[in-house]
Design a protein around this ligand. Sequence first.
Ligand code: IPM
Ligand code: MG
Length: 357
Amino acid sequence: MNMKICLMPGDGIGPEIVTQAVKVLEKVAAKFGHTVETESALIGGAAIDAVGNPLPEATVAACKAADAVLLGAVGGPKWDTIDPAIRPEKGLLGIRKALGLFSNLRPAVLFPELAAAAYLRPDIIGQGLDIMVVRELTGGAYFGEPRGETVVNGERAAFNTMIYSESEIERIVRVACEIARKRGKKLCSVDKANVLDVSRLWREVAIRTAAEYPDVELSHMYVDNAAMQLIRDPSQFDVIVTENLFGDILSDEASIITGSIGMLPSASMGSGGPALFEPIHGSAPDIAGRDIANPLATILSVSMMLRFAFGLEAEAESIDAAVKSVLAQGFRTGDIFVGEGKKVGCSEMGALVLGAI
Ligand code: IPM
Ligand code: MG
């Protein structure tokens, strides 16, 4: 197979971690007899600096022409005071919309090797954590119209619109049901149906859609309670499906309780067309350029890409196994180092994974 990959290193630690992940991709491809063609495209702050636009036309075209997209991270304090219309984040939101990437899969998994780095008590973590957050990614308050600033009673006021159509809800619930079916068969739909009209429609459509998946057990939870339950008893969850803004918040929470935010990949997919893979963590400007970032989330994003975009299960598995073996040997980047094992930097961690493939 020939894989055409568009690389968007982006900002902060993005370029360092993407460099390591690409080496891993090339090694796995060679081992299994595939070829990789890569093209790099600008996004975020790097694109603002180069061409004054966080999402240049050429980037959208390069992504559309690729089989899959690998993204590092976008944003940083350098662009915090910039005109909000061209903030780095606009690049990320724009590419999600342009590629129709409505479903965002964010696994929150506790690596047994890293149990000591988890933030919860051992009795709460129990046998480990394995939650999949399915976040709607192209709707809700992030994109809803109308939005903007106005004047109300002589003072400034600002507003956004959290809006979902039935078809938008249905397609993301369907994705979540399909995923639940291949895992623990439990789906928790998170909403705020006790207050929001949009959530009441969400719940109604979720019930209707999930009814087509009788093998999947559907439950509902208000988002405030879900935030609490994730800390109190995270192992009650298998798959969570929720709208864009709630999913943004809950997926950060779910990933940090594992203690492994530097370890977690994500996939953003549409219906056909190239999907986008990226680490869950951000651009970490404070440690950028110092070769100390953790490249494993990006390396595992390559594994997710092989699995979800190309259906290459054995290839994906070889990356997962290599990462596990490097962790089992005690190698740790700073973010997952809790006193034991050997601390390594970004390129050294990349080289260790390469060596284990
Ligand atoms: C994420 C990020 C983005 C989001 C930002 C950078 C626009 O927080 O991918 O979760 O809010 O979706
Ligand atoms: Mg977020």
